[in-house]
Design a protein around this ligand. Structure first.
Ligand code: NDP
Length: 446
């Protein structure tokens, strides 16, 4: 790390104890910023990096609710409004038992730069709760969402803060959250949440956007190397929203996804995942991939507790969660001849894993660039809400593809400019940071 940035990082560690994921996310960005600080003395003078590492506002609240047996339950809710230099706070809500302040801060910090890369007018935020939706009935999920929004609504607004989904929060949960917001405020303010259902203000392609976008980014990385996705064998970890639509787009482009996963295991399906069956199990029945493997029959093998990265592939898309791809996994991928990794999830590769992929010289698209298609399409949903309009699937997908190509080219060109050709980590961090930093200088000390 640049010697001017080391004391800033030490201060982040001192002021934010016990938040390893947040430290990891900050360190990864600061490692790239040495040359930028050297070129722009005004950033140091205005303490831009110190300010960017400190959220503008952090909200933590109690979420009481009643389960189906009549018992009182208490969860903790979070919203970290990290940076609004470029637009209203924007970022998803995650419902998962692992959620704590450090996780929300890492996600919010990443979101600042990701949103900047889209070049759309959105700031960075993230939120969620340690509520575990697994095994909960529809009515329990609804009561939880209503209680969560009963506190959160006062902090939201289409010009203030606009949440979306993330792990454990899909269209159903956004519906319950939006319904409660509408009831409390007596306003049909469509632009206050994104990821809404198509019938009530949602945008076509938002459901598909993160997965499709990660594949578009992959396509651009391969194109830059004179290669493409057709006939490539691919691994996609996870089997949630991002994973399903990454699989769909890879299949549409002629690649073959031979494995996916969840937190319990891996399904290896060498003939290629049957996406219709997988969607039926996951989206309609809310089942597990073990059910998919059972129904797929002898074509597919279910490996309880297995490691997806041990399966040989040409291309890997981590689309489950943070730190799911370790240094050892990266070495296995490289050893098996993998040529590209495009991250649908946020920070899924550990720092050791990133070093292995970069040292091997394979095409590596970090999440803050590769998965920006989700938030970009959320911004398109906000545009449609603001203009009371609805765009076609084709037009919206074309816009998404154009945005992902632009993000790719911006990261690629920035990496070249700063002497790190082909390094999308450097390119994404510097390009995203510069946009926010210039805006912060312009807006004064606020
Ligand atoms: P979903 O809840 O739809 O799916 C999450 C998937 O990841 C599930 O298959 C889940 O398995 C698996 N998973 C979650 N936590 C773990 C864990 N600790 N260990 C192993 N597997 C796990 O979430 P999304 O698809 O929306 O999100 C996936 C990733 O993509 C996250 O990192 C998210 O932040 C990121 N992302 C999502 C965006 C979006 O638009 N949805 C936008 C940008 C990034 P199981 O069911 O067993 O828990």
């Amino acid at each position: 790390m640049d010697e001017k940035l080391e004391p800033i990082f030490d201060e982040v560690l001192r002021r934010n104890p016990g938040e390893p994921e947040f430290h990891q996310a900050v360190r990864e960005v600061l490692l790239s910023l040495g040359p930028v600080v050297a070129k722009h003395p005004e950033f140091a003078e205005r303490k831009i990096i110190e300010r960017i590492c400190e959220p503008e506002r952090q909200i933590i609240f109690r979420v009481p609710w009643i389960d189906d047996t009549g018992q009182v339950r208490i969860n903790r809710g979070f919203r970290v409004e990290f940076n609004s230099a470029l637009g209203p706070y924007k970022g998803g809500l995650r419902f998962h038992p692992s959620v704590n302040l450090g996780i929300v801060k890492f996600l919010g910090f990443e979101q600042i730069f990701k949103n900047a890369l889209t070049e759309l007018p959105i700031g960075g935020a993230k939120g969620g709760s340690d509520f575990d939706p697994k095994g909960r009935s529809r009515d329990e999920v609804m009561r939880f969402c209503q209680s969560f929004m009963t506190e959160l609504y006062r902090h939201l607004g289409e010009y203030t803060d606009v949440p979306a989904g993330d792990i454990g929060v899909g269209t159903r949960e956004i519906g319950y959250l939006f319904g409660q917001y509408k009831r409390i405020t007596n306003r049909y303010e469509s632009g206050v949440l994104t990821g809404k259902g198509i019938e009530w203000g949602g945008a076509l392609v938002r459901t598909e956007a993160t997965g499709y976008g990660a594949v578009f980014f992959l396509r651009e990385m391969l194109k830059a190397r004179g290669d493409d996705i057709a006939d490539r064998t691919c691994l996609v970890s996870g089997s949630g929203n991002v994973a399903l639509y990454a699989i769909e787009k890879i299949h549409q482009l002629g690649g073959r996804v031979v494995a996916c996963s969840d937190s319990a295991g891996v399904v290896h399906d060498p003939k290629g995942i049957d996406l219709e069956l997988l969607k039926q199990v996951k989206e309609v029945e809310r089942g597990r991939i073990a059910d998919y493997a059972g129904r797929r029959g002898h074509d597919a093998t279910y490996l309880a507790g297995g490691n997806i990265w041990d399966i040989p592939c040409d291309v890997a898309l981590p689309c489950a969660t943070q730190n799911e791809l370790t240094g050892r996994d990266a070495a296995t991928l490289v050893g098996n001849g993998c040529i590209a990794v495009s991250e649908g999830a946020n920070m899924p590769t550990t720092p050791e894993g990133v070093d292995v992929l970069l040292d091997a010289g394979i095409a590596y698209g970090p999440g803050k660039a590769a998965n920006a298609g989700g938030v970009a399409t959320s911004a398109l949903e906000m545009q449609q809400n603001a203009s009371r309009d609805r765009w076609s699937f084709e037009a919206t997908e074309a816009r998404l593809a154009e945005i992902m190509t632009h993000i790719h080219d911006l990261c690629f060109a920035t990496a070249e400019e700063y002497g790190a050709p082909g390094n999308y980590v450097t390119g994404a961090n510097i390009a995203g940071f510069q946009r926010v930093a210039h805006a912060m200088v312009a807006l004064g000390l606020v």
